[in-house]
Design a protein around this ligand. Structure first.
Ligand code: UT7
Length: 330
């Protein structure tokens, strides 16, 4: 049976660094509060009119170069984002145009912090089924244009940053392969993290009053999301490892979604994983949602923290609620 593997990766962060102290110019917050609760010191923001597809393109071109492929080789684009350039069409279509590959199939995957895992599993399935041989799996976000930068929105706005990561997925030709995925969703908890306007269920979708009330900004019950994360992430890790006949000792590296360093530290402690086996980069980038896992994975690979043949575990939880894990033989 054909299996798939990651042929190459890329990532891109905008050059503008926004420190915690800078946020303090617009809202009542401090570096101490943000760092103590989340681990974040700074994040990156785009400058000017830059959408998710532009960040995605920069990550994708790097990933294609690392994979030794050209844009013309791509036969499917999967674009994970909660901050698409436009309400429609999807950023995947825009990315195809940017890469100069008209006609290549493209779809957006709207699964927030788990978007990269859902996209990777779809790419894996398409390659295994013989329906694709060179898939761009992009996770990209521009959060900075959609944050409430007043004190009203500070619990959410200090967390998020812009950035993109990309993996090129194609047929495996040796022991390196994507092994398995475990994905979940539970819409009963949709309202603990959401942007509620504009929305098709409202007539009209957006009013001046909604804008005044800030209903176009993300809203979060942070404590509820935190609780779900520390409970569900260890569960999904145990499930995927057990099903594949591995234990935590077999894992070379856990690359968790970067939502809060405290969440990832608690998850690592719960799993008895030593600190050096867990990747953190939230200090520098904040939460880049669909971008966070591919950015962290690529940085870890570039830093030599993963060797060929290593077992790597990716895991995340976020809005939806969605959560999941992927297991990769690097
Ligand atoms: O990837 C998406 C998934 N998202 C997550 O995983 C986020 C999970 N949740 C969290 O990371 C945490 O809940 C937060 C970091 C968002 C918040 O931490 P918390 O310990 O749950 O704080 P809190 O929301 O209960 O707020 C505590 C206090 C409040 O003041 P009072 O009511 O105690 O006077 C807030 O108003 O901290 C205040 N506060 C802030 N103060 C300074 C909230 N945000 C800020 C801020 N700066 N940015």
């Amino acid at each position: 049976m054909v299996r798939s593997r990651i042929l190459g990766m890329g990532h891109h962060l905008p050059s503008r660094v926004v420190t915690n102290a800078e946020l303090g110019q617009w809202m009542e917050t401090t570096d101490e509060w943000i760092h103590q609760r989340t681990g974040i010191r700074e994040r990156r923001w785009v400058e000017g009119n830059v959408g998710a597809s532009e960040l995605g393109e920069l990550a994708a071109r790097q990933a294609l170069a690392e994979a030794g492929r050209a844009p013309e080789d791509v036969d499917l684009i999967l674009f994970a984002t909660l901050s698409p350039d436009l309400n429609f069409p999807g950023s995947g279509c825009l990315l195809g145009a940017r890469l100069g590959i008209p006609g290549v199939a493209a779809m957006d995957i709207r699964n927030q912090c788990t978007g990269f895992l859902y996209s990777l599993s779809t790419a894996d399935a398409m390659v295994r089924a013989g329906m694709a041989r060179c898939v761009l799996v992009v996770g990209a976000e521009v959060h900075s244009t959609g944050l409430d930068l007043t004190t009203r929105g500070r619990d959410v706005s200090v967390l998020f940053g812009d950035g993109a990561g990309c993996a090129v997925v194609g047929p495996a030709d040796g022991p390196s392969m994507i092994l398995d995925h475990q994905l979940h969703a539970d819409g009963r908890f949709a309202e603990i993290l959401m942007v509620e306007a504009p929305a098709s269920r409202q007539m009209p979708r957006l009013t001046h009053q909604m804008l005044d009330e800030g209903r176009h900004f993300p809203k979060m019950d942070g404590k509820a999301v935190f609780k779900h994360a520390v409970e569900k992430l260890p569960q999904v890790v145990h499930t995927i490892l057990g099903r594949n006949g591995y234990t935590l000792e077999d894992i070379a590296l856990l690359v968790p979604h970067q939502a809060n360093m405290r969440i990832n530290e608690l998850v690592a402690r719960n799993l008895s994983l030593p600190a050096e086996k867990v990747v953190h980069n939230i200090q520098r980038y904040g939460n880049t949602t669909a971008g966070s896992i591919p950015i962290a994975l690529h940085e870890a690979a570039q830093a030599g923290r993963i060797q060929r043949g290593d077992l790597v575990l990716l895991a995340g939880l976020g809005a939806g609620l969605t959560w999941g894990a992927s297991l990769v033989r690097w």
